[in-house]
Design a protein around this ligand. Structure first.
Ligand SMILES: NC(=O)c1ccc[n+]([C@@H]2O[C@H](COP(=O)([O-])OP(=O)(O)OC[C@H]3O[C@@H](n4cnc5c(N)ncnc54)[C@H](OP(=O)(O)O)[C@@H]3O)[C@@H](O)[C@H]2O)c1
Length: 293
């Protein structure tokens, strides 16, 4: 397959580039080469490349900034995906778009997970923009895959592991407070890239959930992470409502990978198994990086 990946310099996009280039031809323009908010640029580049698949790993993912930057959020998270979806229809190729569990309000009682066909009801600007991006993709691309994931971490880009380590071992250590009433399945971006490859190769269609198996609270996650890395900093449990900030966050972030399981294409594994492997491979590098922050 010839796969046109936008957002390939980001956390998930860089993993997709590495994983998909093993067996497929990948074309990975950066933002300066293809800014997805420009319809003309998107059409011009796709005319040249003529791919089988457009994979959109672009996102305005800073949830706090999303509350203030209405214009940019709309451009990057909604109009960009709409451009790509319309282009996929024009060029007759498949569109893969990444969405997020923030489309749900997280009010389901634990441990009830969200299914692919549950009604979205986002709490934040980021969540609303991801919900609208899904609508734009569904209504414009005749052959799409939408993948909702949650709590991603990886070696590239900003993520929760890096911000925990910065607080624990960084130059200006801070008290580490993590919610014991917010639950999710921390998911390695590398594993999600493997799931994307599987869905592409098995000709998946429609909306899929793709998160790690099992779940934990934010507090349990931080404790496990620091224990595995032998860092003695203690973590204080708190409640989601004690964490001040402009963004309303869902408490229950559990997504069930129902469709991929039903179709026999689910490749996600237990969150601890992947996290431990990730830390074994990258833990030292991440600690070194955090100490310089
Ligand atoms: N992070 C999570 O926990 C999480 C969870 C679930 C779903 N998702 C979704 O997964 C996707 C990828 O997230 P991520 O965390 O990997 O994002 P990320 O690390 O912030 O990367 C975003 C990428 O988008 C590029 N980009 C931004 N604006 C662009 C534009 N106008 N045109 C072209 N490229 C542009 C960035 O390029 P520059 O680096 O040059 O700016 C970067 O390569 C997003 O759709 C996000 O909503 C993320």
């Amino acid at each position: 397959m010839k796969i046109f990946i936008v957002g390939s310099t980001g956390m998930l996009g860089s993993e997709c580039k590495n994983v998909l280039s093993q067996d497929h031809e990948v074309i990975c323009p950066d933002k300066r080469e293809v800014n997805i908010i420009s319809w003309d640029v998107v059409i011009e580049s796709l005319t040249v490349v003529s791919p089988d698949v457009i994979l959109n790993c672009v996102g305005f993912t800073d949830t706090e900034a999303c509350e203030k930057e209405d214009f940019l959020v709309r451009k990057i998270n909604i109009e960009g995906p709409r451009n790509l979806a319309q282009a996929s229809a024009r060029f007759g190729c498949k569109m893969v778009h990444i969405s997020c569990g923030h489309v749900f309000d997280g009010k389901k009682g634990m441990p009830q997970p969200y299914f692919e066909d549950d009604a979205p009801n986002p709490l934040s600007s980021y969540g609303k923009s991801k919900m609208e991006s899904e609508i734009a993709v569904r209504s414009n691309s005749p052959n799409y895959i939408i993948i909702r994931s949650m709590c991603l971490y990886g070696v590239n880009g900003k993520n929760l592991i890096k911000s925990i380590l910065a607080k624990a071992v960084g130059r200006r250590p801070k008290v580490l407070k993590m919610p014991e009433d917010q639950f999710g399945a921390p998911t390695w971006s590398y594993r999600l890239a493997l799931q994307i490859r599987e869905l592409l190769e098995k000709n998946g269609r429609g909306t899929y959930h793709a998160t790690a198996v099992g779940y934990c609270s934010g507090f349990e996650f931080a404790e496990h992470l620091l224990n595995q890395l032998n860092i003695k900093t203690s973590v204080e449990p708190c409640s989601l409502k004690d964490l001040k900030g402009p963004v309303a966050k869902p408490a229950n972030c559990l997504l069930e990978n129902r469709l991929s399981k039903k179709q026999g294409v689910n490749v996600m594994v237990d969150w601890k198994e992947d996290l431990d492997r990730f830390l074994e491979e990258f833990g030292e590098e991440l600690i070194k990086e955090a100490k310089q922050r």
